[in-house]
Design a binder for this molecule. Structure first.
Ligand SMILES: Cc1cc2nc3c(=O)[nH]c(=O)nc-3n(C[C@H](O)[C@H](O)[C@H](O)COP(=O)(O)OP(=O)(O)OC[C@H]3O[C@@H](n4cnc5c(N)ncnc54)[C@H](O)[C@@H]3O)c2cc1C
Length: 437
């Protein structure tokens, strides 16, 4: 909230009580949470009566409801923060590359001295030298460790989590619902997000990580069935606007099988050859993870010790007084440049689709300023069109491809557009729920 105020806001969470012990139990737990947060807390938690709970969340299942507990947490724009962090690194002198896959680690006298990578667009192989190499590849960490020490003991247990996006009618509130313990012991939440609601999640162990994980039908069924117990309207397959799956890179040093029980802590490891691996952790703790990693990396590289500057570092786009009613507020201090562009080319101010918040100028901006190279970059990772409504995102994909081809000045434009659309449609179809029985 201090370092990227344009991307983070305070969100109220209500834990509904349907059992007599829920209120006191979670009430005490959340008081401890308040104490731990100290002066960084976003607001004190408190018990709610049944009436207050229903006033806060009118679409909460009233049958058997006794009351609730309200607490506060931060909600942030995750894709935008990732982009803004890369931009911050660049502002401070880093060279940032995308679509560059590391395929080999280079060693000099048994010590890591760089990487060989493939430029996925040209197919060209490129060598990079470095005094230290950091492996920060999430669920793929073990693949890079294998390049260093073939046959090494894996440390990552990928855990799949699935989220469903539903229309706002299911949660007519600016507060979220949090159920810490469903009947079968899982966490369930329904969070307001971009005029919609995100419902999740699952914790399914996965054998091998894949680039594009796919939600299982049983995961979708679990979320729908459990959400129906807490909402007045029971959501069904037909209500789902988008379903997305991700893999948590959990570090499993104990070898436990229940992924929900594995700690979300992060671990920094240095191999014999000097490969620094950062694994596990959470988005929320990224800054601390980075600080711990850089400290180790500086030691390996033999660089002078320097205190980290990131605790109070303003992230690219930092702007405190943002007008959250204007969709472009997520660009923070960059918003004025997008508006300037629109002044010169008013057609860029038009929406890509009436039911999505995104305007055409954002496509141009993403290509010019945010290294967007593919239609999927724009629709899934710069904007969130794919996650807000997979079907609508497929409808706007041809126009986005056309604009990008012009902006990127691609050769063989028609072919590029055709290839991009095929790739995008193949990905987007996976975000549309399919019931097989
Ligand atoms: C469903 C779900 C819900 C979650 N909810 C929360 C939450 O509420 N709060 C929270 O704090 N955290 C949450 N997390 C966890 C959080 O999202 C992850 O911990 C975090 O994204 C991991 O970041 P990372 O940078 O380690 O890995 P990633 O984000 O996976 O990044 C790794 C990168 O490495 C790249 N890469 C891999 N191999 C190579 C290679 N050979 N060459 C070059 N690049 C390579 C990949 O392309 C990728 O970009 C959630 C995760 C999931 C799946």
């Amino acid at each position: 909230m201090q370092n990227a105020p344009h991307l983070v806001h305070n969100l109220a969470f209500v834990v509904p009580s349907y059992e007599w012990w829920n209120g006191p139990f979670y009430g005490v737990g959340l008081k401890v949470y308040d104490l731990l947060a100290g002066k960084l807390g976003l607001g004190p938690s408190r018990l709610l009566s049944r009436e207050e709970t229903l006033k806060r969340i009118p679409t909460l299942e009233p049958e058997g409801l006794r009351g609730g507990v309200i607490y506060y947490d931060g909600q942030f724009e995750d894709a935008r923060l990732a982009i803004n962090l890369a931009q911050t690194a660049e502002d401070y002198g880093a060279t940032v590359l995308n679509y560059m896959r590391v395929v080999e680690l280079k060693k000099t006298a048994d010590v890591i001295s760089g990487v060989t990578a493939i430029d996925l667009e040209s197919g060209q192989s490129i060598e990079f030298n470095g005094r230290v190499v950091i492996n920060a590849t999430g669920v793929f960490s073990d693949r890079i460790r294998e390049m260093d020490e073939p046959g090494c003991q894996p440390i990552i247990t990928p855990s799949q989590g699935v989220h469903l996006v539903l229309p706002k009618e299911f949660l007519k509130s600016d507060a979220a619902i949090m159920v810490p313990h469903t009947a079968d012991g899982r966490v369930l939440f329904a969070v307001p997000w971009h005029e919609r609601v995100v419902v999740g999640t699952t914790d399914t162990p996965v054998e091998k990580p894949v680039l594009e994980p796919c939600a299982l039908q049983e995961e979708i069924d679990f979320i729908l069935t459990h959400a129906a117990r807490y909402l007045t309207h029971d959501p069904d397959y037909g209500d789902i606007l988008s379903v997305f799956a991700g893999l948590r890179p959990l570090v499993n040093l104990q070898g436990g099988e229940d992924t929900a029980e594995i700690s979300r802590d992060h671990h920094v490891m240095v191999s014999k050859a000097g490969l620094v691996t950062i694994a596990g952790g959470k988005w929320t703790t990224y800054r601390k993870m980075a600080e711990d990693t850089i400290q180790q990396a500086a030691l390996v590289a033999g660089l002078p010790e320097r205190p980290s500057i990131t605790r109070n570092l303003r992230i690219h786009g930092w702007l405190k007084a943002v007008d959250r009613d204007n969709h472009l507020h997520i660009y923070g201090s960059d918003r004025i440049y997008i508006e300037d562009m629109i002044k010169k080319h008013p057609e860029l101010g038009k929406k890509l689709h009436p039911e999505l918040p995104y305007i055409k100028g954002e496509v141009v901006w993403a290509v010019r300023q945010e290294m967007a190279r593919s239609v999927e970059d724009v629709l899934a990772r710069r904007t969130r069109a794919l996650l807000l409504n997979a079907e609508l995102s497929m409808k706007i994909a041809p126009e986005v491809a056309e604009m990008m081809a012009r902006e990127l000045k691609v050769r063989r434009k028609k072919r590029w557009i055709k290839e991009q659309l095929k790739l995008y449609m193949d990905v987007a179809k996976r975000y549309l729920p399919q019931r097989t029985d």
